[in-house]
Design a protein around this ligand. Structure first.
Ligand code: XMP
Length: 174
């Protein structure tokens, strides 16, 4: 275990097993469709790479750069789109992949924007869902794990840019 990690919340093996299950659920709905997977950078990179490879469907992959944490451990409450242009999704079925649903603001903003761009369907898929009251109504359609409301790192999630490469999800030492 990394020396900055207090405890491992979700092991590599648990992630592997759960992603298999979630992928099967996604396939039940989209097996015969052409899908645009939209990965929210940078946090969802590791999760999405593993999830996409479990989905043998016709797929294109797009990335959107969004920021809401700005290097701290609390959400700034604002979602910033950092790209000049969003992917072209008019008439397409879209699956948005993010690392974690916390306040729900990021997923809400991205889903709303893609709908405004004319996507025929937009669904959300997250690795982690923080169990908490949310100020915006936003549930991800597919969630791998529910966790308590604490700051987590690893498997794509960072603290000040570090720890994304940890193969598990853990809680950082204070
Ligand atoms: P919201 O609040 O918009 O947050 O649902 C989603 C984005 O915030 C980041 N986030 C975290 N990053 N550990 C992290 O490393 C956390 O516990 C955490 N909670 C939220 C994340 O980038 C996510 O996309």
């Amino acid at each position: 275990m990394h020396r900055d990690v207090e405890k491992i919340l979700i092991t590599e093996e648990e992630i592997r097993q759960r992603l298999d299950v979630v992928a099967q659920k996604i396939l039940l709905e989209f097996a015969d469709d052409e899908l645009v997977v939209v990965i929210l950078l940078k946090g969802a990179l590791v999760f999405a790479a593993d999830m996409c490879r479990r989905l043998p469907v016709k797929m294109t992959v797009e990335c959107i750069n969004v920021a809401s944490y700005h290097g701290d451990i609390k959400s700034s409450g604002k979602v910033k789109f950092l790209d000049a242009k969003l992917p072209e999704v008019a008439g397409k079925k879209v699956l948005v992949m993010d690392d974690i649903l916390d306040t729900g603001l990021t997923m809400r903003a991205v889903v709303d924007s893609l709908r405004e761009l004319g996507a025929s369907e937009v669904k959300g898929c997250v690795l982690l869902n923080k169990k908490k009251e949310r100020s915006v109504t936003c549930e991800a359609d597919y969630r791998a794990f529910d966790i308590e409301d604490e700051f987590v790192i690893g498997y794509g999630l960072d603290f000040q840019g570090k720890y994304r490469n940890l193969p598990y999800v853990g809680v950082m030492k204070q």
